[in-house]
Design a binder for this molecule. Structure first.
Ligand SMILES: Cc1cc2nc3c(=O)[nH]c(=O)nc-3n(C[C@H](O)[C@H](O)[C@H](O)COP(=O)(O)O)c2cc1C
Length: 162
């Protein structure tokens, strides 16, 4: 049985076409978490988006951002772009690395690159994630992502209860 969580959780995510947002909503519902959607101040064209991810560039984020330091756990979610971490999530981590509590990572992707992106996120955060979740587009289409997402929520619930 999933333990009741008394800790505060934030799901901070970037999503360009909605996949990561969908997973973020499921995770937030399962962990009773707040959500923070990271938006680029200037949306890049597809090629530019991939190139900037490949080159490890940051970008300006739109709007005001809640401090992640107010939470016990921050779950960071991002798509994979050109096998790399997209600029919006890179910028968020770079700007808030010093305030981050415990972290967990998830990504959505066409087919690969998640592990590489998780490594980049851990290096930027300066800490290892409590858990990771990699979801592919075919898994989302077939519905097999649901059990993976539930496993991720259960693992984090357990770790927060420890
Ligand atoms: C610029 C760009 C580059 C991408 N590069 C990759 C990639 O290297 N590997 C991969 O599996 N998917 C890649 N994708 C597909 C996205 O990771 C995938 O569609 C993801 O679920 C999108 O999430 P979103 O709908 O939340 O934006 C790329 C998408 C974009 C827009």
């Amino acid at each position: 049985m999933t333990p009741v969580i008394m800790k505060t959780v934030l799901v901070a995510f970037h999503s360009r076409t909605g996949h990561t947002a969908e997973v973020a909503q499921n995770i937030a519902a399962g962990l009773n978490a707040d959500m923070e959607q990271l938006r680029e101040a200037e949306v890049r064209a597809y090629f530019r988006a991939g190139l900037d991810a490949l080159l490890g560039r940051t970008c300006d984020l739109a709007g005001s951002i809640t401090s992640p330091g107010n939470y016990d756990l921050v779950v960071l979610g991002t798509p994979v772009w050109a096998m790399n971490l997209p600029p919006p999530m890179r910028s968020y981590i770079v700007e808030h690395a010093g305030e981050l509590p415990k972290v967990a990572f998830f990504c959505t992707e066409g087919g690969g690159g998640g592990n590489r992106v998780f490594g980049q996120m851990a290096r930027l955060c300066g800490k290892s994630p409590l858990a990771t979740l990699e979801v592919t587009e075919p898994e989302m289409k077939s519905g097999t992502s649901e059990s993976k997402i539930k496993g991720f929520i259960d693992a984090l619930s357990q770790k927060l209860a420890d």
